[in-house]
Ligand binder design. Structure first.
Ligand code: ADP
Ligand code: MG
Length: 390
């Protein structure tokens, strides 16, 4: 019912303070996660919630915002999601009672005292330039980077997101030589242009995943979002997609080494160009590169191929093989996915292993997958080719 002020009456009951919810105790606010499957749901207890309930990061992020994606998405018994998100760099420290065990659970027992290593020297990668292009259609390396002093997309305001975009445009447009390129704002692109870029694997689709929506990452779409790429389209940077920056190299065919070399060169130049403007990437010795989803911490790297595996993809041991090789499969999107049995295969790990080590796992693993596929084509058994657990 509309509140009306009676003539001569007190306005006390109309004051905003009176309409505020009471600050209820943790027991009354704790979400019911009993039927949930996420790393967050697995580790969150009443005690942890009590400890964190009144805390805020310097940008004002709270534990309820951290856990919201998981609270709204129970998941299913077959897929373990993260169920939590960071709002800023401080979140990992302020809410460490939750994030530390989540990180340990997700990243193969990675402890709060463990140190991460970064290695972006492509010379360290052995092989990887000769993955069979009859099977490996595209090789791609991408990594996420966050710009220090800005909060993450889950917490930033429209204005702050636009500042990240403005700074990124300035920095990217200052690159020269092979890295000279152009920025395309998503807002100014026609549907047609967008579709064309998506088909060239250059553009990102609008996030539709319920976890991302619940975290607030996709707010105000497409404001502040865009893509920059160099003239030869070998190196591109997505701005304000799920994180501040996603930098990538895409190569047709099976030359993952070339994609990695181009990626390393590009990312180093972009990093120093940001530094020149007074903005470092978020990084520390324990977490490596820091970003909003704890699953990406460390390298933020996904090196992947689109690969045709019509036989192996239907083999009963396919998932076990991938698990042993520390590889992950994703759908490739598009209408042809299942019919052509094209898989997106990439590294499963991110933290506690270097970029070069991850690339090595991917190229060695993909090589084996191609060999297995060829065997199955000839209707031979792959039983003696089963890898051991990496
Ligand atoms: P990311 O981990 O970078 O967010 P997604 O699975 O969300 O990757 O895919 C984002 C876009 O990148 C999609 O349009 C997808 O088709 C494209 N993509 C991902 N991996 C590859 C690859 N190996 N080759 C070509 N395009 C890819
Ligand atoms: Mg994505």
């Amino acid at each position: 019912m509309e509140k009306k002020l009676e003539k001569g009456g007190s306005i006390d009951r109309l004051m905003p303070g009176k309409l505020k919810m009471k600050n209820l105790p943790a027991e009354k606010e704790l979400p019911d996660l009993s039927m949930h499957n996420s790393h967050m749901a697995k580790v969150l207890t009443l005690d942890i919630y009590k400890t964190l309930k009144e805390r805020k990061t310097s940008f004002g992020f709270t534990i309820d915002r951290v856990i919201q994606p998981g609270v709204d998405n129970p998941g299913n018994p077959f897929t373990m999601t993260m169920g939590c998100v960071a709002g800023d760099e401080d979140s990992y420290e302020v809410f460490k009672e939750l994030f530390d065990p989540v990180i340990e659970d997700k990243h193969r027992g990675y402890k709060p005292t463990d140190m991460h290593k970064t290695d972006l020297n492509p010379d360290g990668l052995v092989g990887g330039d000769d993955l069979d292009p009859n099977y490996v259609l595209i090789s791609r390396v991408r990594a996420i980077r966050s710009i220090r002093d800005f909060c993450f997309p889950a917490q930033c305001t429209r204005g702050e997101r636009r500042l990240v975009e403005k700074l990124s445009i300035e920095v990217l447009n200052s690159l020269t030589g092979d890295l000279q390129g152009k920025y395309y704002s998503l807002k100014n692109m026609s549907e047609e242009e967008q579709q064309q870029m998506i088909e060239q694997h250059l553009l990102f689709p609008k996030p539709v995943c319920p976890l991302l929506l619940a975290s607030g990452i996709a707010r105000d779409w497409p404001d502040g979002r865009g893509i920059w790429h160099n003239s030869s389209k070998t190196f591109s940077v997505w701005v304000n997609e799920e994180d501040h920056l996603k930098l990538m190299s895409v190569e047709k065919g099976g030359n993952m080494k070339a994609a990695f070399s181009c990626f390393c060169c590009g990312i180093k130049e972009v990093e120093s160009a940001f530094k020149e403007k007074g903005h470092a990437f978020m990084w520390n010795e324990h977490l490596g590169f820091i970003m909003s989803c704890p699953s990406n911490l460390g390298t933020g790297l996904r090196a992947g191929v689109h690969i045709k595996l019509p036989n192996l993809g239907n083999h009963p041991n396919f998932d076990e093989i991938l698990k042993r090789l520390r590889l992950e499969k994703r759908r490739t999107g598009g209408a042809d996915t299942d019919a052509d049995a094209i898989f997106d295969i990439s590294n499963a790990d991110r933290l506690g292993v270097s970029e070069v080590q991850l690339l090595q796992m991917v190229v060695d693993g993909v090589k084996l997958l191609v060999e297995m596929e060829k065997k199955l084509e000839m209707e031979e058994s792959i039983d003696d080719m089963m890898p051991t657990q990496k």
